[in-house]
Design a protein around this ligand. Structure first.
Ligand code: NAD
Ligand code: UDP
Length: 346
């Protein structure tokens, strides 16, 4: 029997990373996780280990910043990685407008350090966390991978820059195998309720905000805009269960073994658009909690309707999202009900 593949996961203590690490472990992979805990904690890693049971022996963790090249060098010198999954990065849009240098340094400079060390050690397979934000304000939906790209803020620009860097390194050296996954709106949690999203400070995204209202940490949800040209006037997005997203990463990893693969990009979404009010209604139904609403103005920079074309991922990755919004809300509620303060005790 072939030895299990060994995967380095940057940012593996974070929301999407932790769910993916668990799936990798259960899928029989060896995983090495690095994270600087900038937006996560050791508790997430401990919980993944608990959920992985006997497979937990295949998880190694190092507290490390991806910009620390000597530390990365040491890691690559001691371990042969078959592939890298690169989640590490800062992701708050508003903060990126306030602190652009911090975002360029962490996301872009961090990625360069990682790629340089990978290159030096002949590890040229990577799956990267891109985002639907690179579609800017799409003129039509569903968004296909061929749509024109633009960035509305420094966070989005870091994703676009990193995508361009990948396209450039592939053009210079076709030995690289690169898959960039453009996530739509990840929500939900592991069905056990033991791992989930734990944002620091007041959440910016819809469902983390809703979950804090549900447990009484915040008084009401502000609905940003009710006069869009959508079914009920509120913004429409493509929400995708984090478990589906995690499975999408395993599909991408398998695809990296395809001799035909070069540098490819895939949308990971459900292909369905859901409005803010529909999402709140689904959450209320699954949690039995009332979410008080305050009707507010549009949030500057927001797109009206964004949802994915899922054809390419279905066809080439043989992957399709399975969960609907009720399951996303059920699992999000289960997580927050069990962990009202996330990984903190209070
Ligand atoms: P997250 O903040 O929960 O996870 C990111 C992890 O990276 C955190 O654990 C953080 O501590 C770590 N990290 C950040 N900078 C680091 C550094 N310099 N060195 C080492 N570790 C570092 O975020 P997430 O939601 O899990 O997102 C993962 C990736 O997916 C990010 O790149 C994000 O931009 C991208 N993404 C997220 C969403 C979303 O809505 N959650 C949507 C599209 C794309
Ligand atoms: N939204 C909202 N109130 C909030 C946060 C978000 O009404 O407190 C809306 C937002 O205007 C958008 C949708 O919910 O229409 C999803 O927003 P999110 O920030 O989660 O994702 P993104 O806009 O980045 O896709």
């Amino acid at each position: 029997m072939a030895a299990p593949q060994c995967v380095l996961i940057t940012g593996g203590a974070g929301y999407i990373g932790s769910h993916t690490v668990l799936q990798l472990l259960l899928g029989g992979y060896k995983t090495v996780v690095i994270d600087n805990f900038d937006n996560s904690s050791q508790v997430a890693i401990n919980r993944v280990q608990e959920l992985a049971g006997d497979h937990a022996v295949n998880l190694t963790f190092h507290k490390m910043d991806i910009r620390n090249k000597p530390a990365l060098e040491k890691l690559f010198a001691s371990t042969k990685f078959d592939a890298v999954m690169h989640f590490a990065g800062l992701k708050a849009v508003g903060e990126s407008v306030q602190k652009p240098l911090m975002y360029y340094d962490n996301n872009v400079v961090g990625t360069l350090a990682l790629l340089e060390v990978m290159d030096a050690h002949g590890c040229k397979k990577i799956v990267f966390s891109s985002s639907a934000t690179v579609y800017g304000w799409p003129k039509e939906v569903p968004c296909t991978e061929e749509f024109p790209l633009s960035a509305a803020n420094p966070y989005g620009r870091t994703k676009l820059m990193i995508e361009d860097i990948f396209r450039d390194i592939y053009a210079s050296d076709s030995g690289w195998k690169i898959i960039m996954l453009r996530y739509f709106n990840p929500v939900g949690a592991h069905p056990s309720g033991h791992i989930g999203e734990d944002p620091l400070g007041t959440p910016n995204n819809l469902m983390p905000f809703v979950q804090q209202v549900a447990v009484g940490r915040l008084p009401a949800l502000k609905v940003f805009g009710t006069n869009y040209s959508t079914k009920d006037g509120t913004g429409v997005r493509d929400y995708i269960h984090v478990a589906d997203l995690a499975n999408g990463h395993l599909a991408a990893l398998r695809k990296l073994s395809d001799p035909q693969i070069g540098c490819e990009v895939y949308n990971l979404g459900t292909g369905k658009g859901t409005s803010v009010l529909e999402m709140v209604a689904a959450f209320e139904k699954m949690s039995g909690k009332k979410i008080p609403l305050i009707i507010a103005g549009r949030r500057p920079g927001d797109a009206e309707i964004v949802y994915a074309s899922t054809e390419k991922a279905e066809l080439e990755l043989n992957w399709k999202a399975e969960y609907g919004i009720e399951e996303m809300c059920r699992d999000q509620w289960n997580w927050v009900n069990k962990n009202p303060y996330g990984y903190q005790t209070k």
